[in-house]
Design a protein around this ligand. Sequence first.
Ligand SMILES: [Zn+2]
Length: 91
Amino acid sequence: MTVEDMKLDGNAIGGLLIEIFGTDLTGSMGICSSCGAQGPVAGLDVYIHAPGIVARCRNCEAVMLKIVRSETRTWLDLSGTRTIETAVEGP
Ligand SMILES: [Zn+2]
């Protein structure tokens, strides 16, 4: 099995992001800190077999998001993400 075989897209972490942020971010636009590429979270390359979960920019392969979980804690590293833009739910 190669690394490419283990690559998923951002939809694979949709449920986990809802748990952490309380909203579905897969359709939200993220901007890569490394190269400035913009695209939906669903379009990130996701590796769930890394130590923790890693989501990489599809353009430059920089790590945009890391999530590490234990039974009692979640560590979230967004240092590779410049911004995430989400729609505000209407009333
Ligand atoms: Zn990038």
